[in-house]
Design a protein around this ligand. Structure first.
Ligand SMILES: C[S@@+](CC[C@H](N)C(=O)[O-])C[C@H]1O[C@@H](n2cnc3c(N)ncnc32)[C@H](O)[C@@H]1O
Length: 284
């Protein structure tokens, strides 16, 4: 049967093919030349939160949904011993290759987020990480946010923390469907069935995505917060931002020269575009 006939049952297979097919484009579009020429260069996403990270020197961290590893490498450049984990084998291969090329000892492992603990144990990696990092465009690929919080907890030591920068769930409700090319409120804010879309272009690199179908899931802020509280996390930092590190829609978004991110062209404070959250796993 065609997997697209039942996207909720087959989301992993569909999304794996989608992300695998974006890797060659992204190897052209993630500022890799800057990583090559400057050993202190950090990805835009990690640089954005520099004032919000605690001192990472000497900490052992794992990046969930590490893609081609540019954020993971940036965290290693801030002094952490890093591991990465991603569903897409082509992303994992590219990340391992880039870490080797840039001289960082980072191990990237192929795994679904929900199988993190068992896959890491099977790979003889200790499950007592000081922190889990997750970067922009990650939670929307996961159907169950409660299971995600459990997966984060399963690899952290007590007192360890989660650090996440993510697109705001309000952004995933928007679409460019208006006749004038402007954005409209189109999709669900609260979690529901998977949303099957087809995107022939990606947000980085030039060219066509060979497997354009993808299945995404939205999670409201309260669903994210409650899932973390239920697993015994304390939220110690939460900030909403009016900017995003990529340009979701050509017509309505412009580059903000001050922070190097994209905001609504007119009155940017109309939209909560992204957020940063840090949550610590309580000791008792
Ligand atoms: C937008 S990228 C990660 C974002 C990161 N900020 C970056 O730009 O490098 C999303 C990643 O999530 C991965 N992914 C999607 N579903 C996943 C799952 N169930 N388990 C692990 N990784 C998953 C994809 O393979 C992809 O590499």
């Amino acid at each position: 049967m065609d997997p697209l006939q039942d996207p909720d049952a087959n989301y992993l297979e569909i999304n794996k093919a989608n992300w695998d097919s974006r890797v060659d484009l992204h190897l052209q579009g993630y500022n890799l030349d800057k990583f090559r020429s400057d050993s202190t260069y950090l990805s835009d996403v990690v640089r954005f939160d520099l004032g919000r990270f605690p001192d990472l020197n000497g900490l052992r961290g794992i990046h969930f949904q590490s893609h081609i590893g540019t954020d993971t490498i940036s965290l290693a450049r801030l002094g952490a011993t890093m591991f990465g984990l991603d569903l897409s084998p082509k992303s994992v291969a590219a990340a391992n290759q880039l870490a080797l090329e840039f001289g960082h000892e980072i191990r990237f492992i192929e795994s679904d987020v929900y199988s993190a603990a068992s896959l890491l144990s099977a790979s003889h990696v200790d499950l007592d990480f000081d922190f889990v990092y997750t970067g922009v465009g990650a939670l929307c690929w996961l159907p169950d946010i409660k299971e995600w919080s459990k997966a984060v907890k399963s690899v952290l030591r007590k007192g360890g923390f989660l650090f996440i920068r993510e697109a705001h769930p309000v952004v995933w409700t928007l679409s460019e469907k208006r006749e004038d090319g402007g954005i409209s409120l189109e999709y669900d804010y609260f979690a529901g069935p998977g949303l099957l879309l087809s995107d022939e272009e990606s947000y980085a690199g030039e060219g066509t995505v060979a497997s354009p179908a993808n299945v995404s899931f939205n999670h409201s802020l309260s669903q994210i917060f409650n899932s973390l509280w239920d697993e015994g996390f304390e939220i110690d930092l939460f900030e909403e931002h009016n900017s995003l590190p990529w340009r979701p829609w050509e017509k309505d978004f412009v580059l903000n020269e001050t922070n190097g991110e994209y905001t609504l062209k007119d009155r940017p404070n109309r939209l909560p575009a992204s957020y940063t959250l840090k949550a610590t796993l309580k000791k008792d």
